[in-house]
Design a protein around this ligand. Sequence first.
Ligand code: COA
Length: 253
Amino acid sequence: MNLTRELLGRAARATPAVVEDRGSGWWIRHTDGNAWWSGAVLAHDASDDGRVAERIEAAERFYAERGAAARFQVCPGCPPDLDRILADRGYRWDAPISLQTMDVAEPVEARPVPGLDVRVGSGLEPGWLAVLAITGGPRTVVENETRMLNRVGLRSAYVTVLADEEPVAIGRAVGDDGWTGVFGMATAPRARRRGAARLVLSAIARWACEQDVPRLYLQVERSNTAACRLYAAAGFTEVATYHYRVRDVHAPG
Ligand SMILES: CC(C)(COP(=O)(O)OP(=O)(O)OC[C@H]1O[C@@H](n2cnc3c(N)ncnc32)[C@H](O)[C@@H]1OP(=O)(O)O)[C@@H](O)C(=O)NCCC(=O)NCCS
């Protein structure tokens, strides 16, 4: 449970919100757009002090002031009755996520793939963003993501795979005190199933070893079969699952 809480805290630092509030003891995070990774409450205080409803109300006020949907991360480190209370308040269940880890103390060299080259940089590059623009799902707004990435204060690696000089696959690694978070994995549709994402993961594993942050973690939506298979084949294993509870904003009728 502590590992889950620790890794979700690291993931939050690697995807910084615009506004944060820790006044209630929970970590309330808000960002532009609808990205769950930067805009949810980390209710990681499982102490049963009878203040859960009060803290929920404080978070609801925080989001209401910003015209945003209230969203809570519900994980094993949260108060046991959090999920039930949110359900009773009309929150819908959303985005079940698998939290996975892998130790890369001895990374296996990736077999080169003919026609694909790997580039590892320490900052955002136009090619990286170009792949994000064509692969981002409905929750990804490139301008918001760019601002979020520019807020990251931890050392990072931006991995890009090129096919004939064209960027076709990306991933991002964030090193944080012994752990490396893996984020933003995506391959352009035309370049899928050629081993590009596997190359990105291998480059991240090498970077993690070089930086002496050799334990990897990532989060993947459980319904994402392609990504789950990619990570399982690479050696990741699940340490916990969690989900979100969301109360949408309704336009006044
Ligand atoms: C998931 C994703 C990054 C995989 O990229 P990719 O470059 O096509 O993956 P690779 O070619 O390196 O595949 C490596 C292995 O992953 C698994 N895999 C990848 N895509 C798969 C699919 N559609 N179905 C089943 N397994 C798949 C396979 O085990 C594959 O090995 P194999 O081709 O030898 O069987 C790509 O599908 C994608 O961009 N999806 C949309 C964005 C996304 O979901 N990102 C992950 C967020 S956590």
